[in-house]
Design a protein around this ligand. Structure first.
Ligand SMILES: Cc1cc2nc3c(=O)[nH]c(=O)nc-3n(C[C@H](O)[C@H](O)[C@H](O)COP(=O)(O)OP(=O)(O)OC[C@H]3O[C@@H](n4cnc5c(N)ncnc54)[C@H](O)[C@@H]3O)c2cc1C
Length: 395
């Protein structure tokens, strides 16, 4: 079994603490920070105190060791308020999970305690300008010179690339390997000094990328130019050629997270709509009494609940420690499409006010489509599900 240390009581205490924080600290500032695309420094400090950067890290390395089931509930709750916040600790935890699942004992002891407190924060750097879905096409290269790896290449669209200090970096250690995945490895590369925020020698940020939504969190480029890192501490698992498997394994929790975020977006869009439909009147009655609106609400509520159940199912399966590509893929695919549909319907229910920056609907509408792209596009999720169906049901 993987991270299952908490009891129902611990889960409840954690969820109550999160709710209180959302109420008192996040709700008053979320709208302003989002519209200004401002990194939420104070909220990140709170998230450190709440233990969110160590949520999935084992207690022996200083984390909370929460199950994926509890983690998904936390992510949904926070996303109901402001989805961007969950990206700050989820990308970080994907990096941490790779160390925890595949790292050597020395690597775990070196990295995980600093990840758990949030002293060193970061993310997962897979995507390159010419390689997103086709990860095996990456060209970032790491060459062993003595006892250090020398890295050259560029990554893009990396969450926490600017405000974070470290990434789990997918590289080619053997660019000529066939099949291509056999030449891929993951290195933990520290990119910044956490005390000063200064870039370390050999690595720098390119542009901060401007986006439709998912504001507040930084999405950026990382450029490696003869960057050096200690091989023993950096090469995850201590053996080359296993990076593709580790990256796709790390994406499982990422997909559960995206699915949980999607449920948060859908839930908020639904609850705003249910409330608005009771107060907004047309033709002498609240719009919730018009059948056209009732049909929308009924559809939105059913899809949202179905998405919740798929997320619970995937998180429970993850907690068994098995590979769960199919369950995570189904949850991610269904919940993200639900978020897009429910946010769009919420905008229609709100009429012109749905388009106004005074209401959260336009933000949900802008945030939802990313859920269909991140951690593997929904086109790829359906292909993964189909492949698993055939694999699990041979004739
Ligand atoms: C806000 C944001 C944050 C991100 N954060 C990170 C991060 O932290 N780390 C990171 O590594 N990446 C990150 N990404 C990158 C993201 O993972 C990629 O954008 C995503 O994997 C898709 O890759 P791509 O954009 O290159 O699209 P492409 O791979 O070029 O795909 C284009 C289209 O073709 C389809 N397609 C591609 N191949 C196939 C196929 N074989 N069969 C069927 N359809 C196919 C895709 O589904 C898509 O519709 C982020 C992206 C965004 C927008």
């Amino acid at each position: 079994m993987s991270n299952v240390h908490e009891t129902d009581e611990t889960e409840e205490i954690m969820l109550i603490a999160i709710e209180k924080w959302l109420d008192q600290k996040v709700r008053p500032v979320a709208m302003e920070l989002e519209h200004g695309d401002v990194y939420p420094d104070d909220l990140v400090e709170d998230m450190k105190e709440l233990g969110l950067f160590g949520a999935l890290i084992d207690p022996e390395y200083g984390g909370l060791g929460l199950s994926a089931t509890t983690y998904a509930k936390i992510v949904t709750k926070i996303s109901e308020e402001w989805m961007s916040l969950t990206g700050i600790f989820n990308s970080h935890l994907m990096m941490a999970q790779i160390v925890q699942r595949f790292g050597t004992e020395k690597q775990k002891q070196h990295w995980l305690p600093k990840f758990a407190t949030g002293e060193i924060r970061g993310g997962l750097a897979l995507t390159e300008p010419n390689a997103g879905t086709d990860l095996q096409a990456i060209t970032t290269k790491a060459t062993l010179e003595g006892d250090v790896y020398v890295v050259e290449g560029a990554k893009t669209w990396i969450s926490n690339a600017i405000q974070g200090h470290c990434v789990a970096l997918l590289v080619k250690t053997d660019p000529s390997a066939e099949p291509r995945y056999k030449g891929m490895s993951i290195l933990i590369t520290q990119t910044k000094d956490p005390a000063t925020g200064e870039s370390l020698p050999g690595v720098r940020n390119g542009n901060k990328l401007e986006k439709l939504g998912y504001k507040g969190i930084d999405s950026g480029e990382l450029i490696y130019d003869r960057y050096e890192c200690d091989a023993e501490l950096s090469l995850i698992g201590g053996a080359e050629g296993k990076g593709f498997f580790m990256a796709t394994g790390g994406l499982e929790i990422g997909r559960i997270n995206i699915a949980a975020r999607s449920v948060g977006i859908a839930r908020r869009a639904l609850s705003e709509s249910v409330a608005y439909a009771q107060t907004r009147k047309t033709m002498g009655k609240p719009i919730c009494e018009h059948q056209a609106i009732q049909l929308k609400l009924g559809h939105m509520a059913s899809r949202t609940r179905a998405a919740e159940l798929l997320v619970e199912d995937a998180a429970r399966a993850y907690d068994t420690g098995q590979r769960i590509d199919m369950e995570a893929g189904m949850a991610k695919y269904y919940a993200s499409e639900t978020a897009v549909e429910v946010a769009t319907e919420a905008m229609r229910i709100h009429g012109g006010y749905g388009y106004s920056k005074e209401y959260p609907i336009e933000r949900l509408y802008r945030d939802a489509p990313l859920m269909c792209i991140g951690e593997g596009t929904n086109e790829m999720q359906r292909i993964i599900i189909a492949k698993q169906l055939v694999k699990r049901n041979p004739v």
